[in-house]
Ligand binder design. Structure first.
Ligand code: THU
Length: 129
């Protein structure tokens, strides 16, 4: 299994360039490493009806799941506007849903300063049915 987190943050950075964020002007990109070894990317997509906005992380995770993935291993998050772009609460819960036996790694920062943390650092005592 490829665990090239530098590549993952690079993919998240590339994805952030596709961000549609005319309202917040806060671009975010995410890259998900799924159990199959494939990488899925996403960006935040805003809407004039603000509540319809989707975060980069959920965009990438939903792309993965809609392609048949059931388990994610790592999520890299990048924003040109922030050194460490942490996932919002909703995205943490969605990540937790698709965590398998192995704890999800959450990667933030950039190529020269990668921060690697675990799912439980962001969401201890997560909820799952
Ligand atoms: N956003 C993300 O895409 N991911 C995060 O982890 C935090 C927030 C987006 C949502 C919205 O388009 C913009 O950033 C400002 O909140």
């Amino acid at each position: 299994m490829d665990r090239d987190y530098n590549l993952l943050i690079e993919k998240a950075c590339e994805a952030s360039r596709k961000s549609y964020s005319p309202f917040s002007k806060f671009a975010v990109g995410a890259a998900v490493l799924a159990k199959s070894g494939k990488i899925y990317t996403g960006c935040n997509i805003e809407n004039s009806s603000f509540g319809m906005t989707i975060c980069a992380e959920r965009c990438a995770i939903f792309k993965a799941v809609s392609e048949g993935e059931k388990e994610i291993l790592a999520v890299a998050i990048y924003s040109p506007n922030k050194d460490d772009c942490f996932p919002c609460g909703a995205c943490r819960q969605v990540m937790y849903e698709f965590q398998g036996e192995e704890e999800v790694c959450i990667i933030t920062g950039n190529k020269s300063n990668l921060n690697i943390r675990k799912m439980s650092d962001f969401l201890p005592f997560g909820f799952k049915i």
